[in-house]
Design a protein around this ligand. Structure first.
Ligand code: S3P
Length: 435
């Protein structure tokens, strides 16, 4: 494990930055490109440990991918993969494991899928159960709840599924299986989760019905549709941009432009919340690429922000930004709270525990709840020894905190940022001034 020692304080953030491309969209571009008929070209693809796990996995299923460094060219197999000769490894990536379990369920062969220690501890029954009810044979540790699991797929039938946890990974897994199933597949959600799979499937020519419901949202598709290879441009990741946005807001006198950021309303809850806290933040030059809305986000260093509350319905649109939002809350005026976020306990780490422990180490008063926390804002963070638990978003959120704290902060394992943002520290250096 490589430590990061932070000894200087950031005084101002200034300039512009195009953060790496969206992780969710990069995974989907490879998976859907591999499933389509004909060639798919992907521009600005995120090259990180998680997305490389997906790329490696589709190659093991017989998909040819030419990687020139600037673009990926994928020879789509029209849902006809080859039986892999070895165990498929999703490494740290929940999205790879869960989406690919949906894909493997459509294939009439045997496959086995595993992951690293963190992923092997995360729940899989949420996808395994509905995929079994579509007709796939899946077995694994703890009745199929934990990796490794083995899949024998084949002929599937469409189902109607209530996605209680509003998980986009679960919805996507079922929809990717549903494209090859007999009849209609539908997923109903109490709150709409990120909709990149639906958007990309329709960009590849599928017919998808996506409509608001009285109490949530419904997505429907007909099985037997063919996907057509396409040209996809990936936008900048709002979850990566969030760290820079927080750093810019929490220092005075600067201005930062974050270029080409995905501003899909199922993903931009963090930015909307910051505005509620009094942040000076605007979306400029709004446009669309490959069916997704993007903008340049302009953020100005502000006076102290106000405390805010986040509740259950707001969580899906900011689920991955809660660690950095907690850091912003710690420096706001008044008591903030997050509730209805129990899902954070089964991410790359138990993120509620990680947030609470690390903020307390920095001198912040925090109360922990099963599904969230309360944070008493302060005007000073104390440098501390931060435990990342190998979780990239905890490492990056507390690097931001360390850069604003008095005294020295040590991040115990900085290399885990490679999961989603290999050049994170270099990009920080390109926009900050130290005091
Ligand atoms: C993701 C969905 C979310 C998110 C994860 C990526 C996706 O997980 O936390 O980082 O790409 O579909 P859940 O589906 O478990 O909410």
């Amino acid at each position: 494990m490589k430590e990061l020692v932070i000894e200087k304080r950031v005084s101002r953030v200034k300039g512009e930055l195009r953060v790496p491309s969206d992780k969710s969209i990069s995974h989907r571009a490879v998976i859907i490109g591999a499933l389509a008929r004909g060639k798919t070209t992907v521009h600005d693809w995120l090259r990180s440990e998680d997305t490389l796990a997906t790329l490696n996995m589709v190659r093991m299923l017989g998909v040819e991918v030419y990687d020139s460094g600037s673009v990926l060219e994928i020879e789509g197999k029209n849902y006809l993969f080859e039986e892999p000769t070895d165990i498929l490894d999703a490494r740290n990536s929940g999205t790879t494991a869960r989406l690919m379990l949906g894909v493997l369920s459509t294939q009439p062969f045997f496959s086995a899928l595993t992951g690293d220690e963190s992923l092997r501890g995360r729940p899989m029954l949420r996808v395994v159960d509905p995929l079994r009810s579509m007709g796939a044979t899946i077995d694994g540790r703890e009745q199929g709840n934990k990796l490794p699991v083995a899949v024998r797929g084949g002929k599937l039938r469409g189902i109607s599924f209530f996605n209680k946890k509003a998980s986009a990974q679960v919805k996507s897994s079922i929809l990717l299986a549903g494209i090859k199933a007999e009849g209609i597949t539908e997923v109903v959600e109490p709150v709409m989760s990120r909709d990149h799979t639906e958007k990309m499937l329709s960009f590849f020519g599928a017919e998808i019905v996506s409509v608001p419901e009285e109490k949530g949202h419904i997505v429907k598709l007909r099985g037997g549709q063919e996907l057509k290879g396409s040209e996809v441009y990936c936008p900048a990741d709002p979850s990566s941009a969030a760290f820079f946005c927080a750093l810019a807001l929490l220092t005075e006198g600067g201005e930062l432009v974050l270029r080409d950021v995905l501003v899909n309303p199922t993903r931009d809850g963090f930015y909307r919340k910051l505005r509620d806290m009094g942040a000076e933040l605007s979306y400029e030059n709004q446009r669309e690429i490959s069916g997704e809305p993007i903008a340049d986000i302009v953020v100005r260093g502000s006076k102290r922000l106000k405390a805010v509350k986040v509740d259950a319905e707001e969580i899906p649109a900011m689920i991955d930004e809660i660690p950095v939002l907690a850091v912003v809350m710690a420096l706001a005026e008044g008591k903030s709270s997050v509730r209805g976020a129990r899902e954070l306990r089964v991410k790359e780490s138990d993120r509620i525990r990680a947030i609470v422990e690390n903020l307390r180490a920095m001198g912040v008063k925090v109360d922990e709840y099963e599904d969230g926390f309360d944070i008493e804002g302060t005007d000073r963070l104390k440098g501390a020894h931060i435990k990342t638990f190998g979780d990239h978003r905890i490492a990056m959120a507390f690097t931001v905190a360390g850069l604003l704290a008095d005294g020295r902060t040590i991040i115990d394992d900085v290399e885990c940022v490679n999961i989603s943002y290999p050049n994170f520290l270099r990009d920080i250096d390109s926009v900050v001034e130290y005091s």
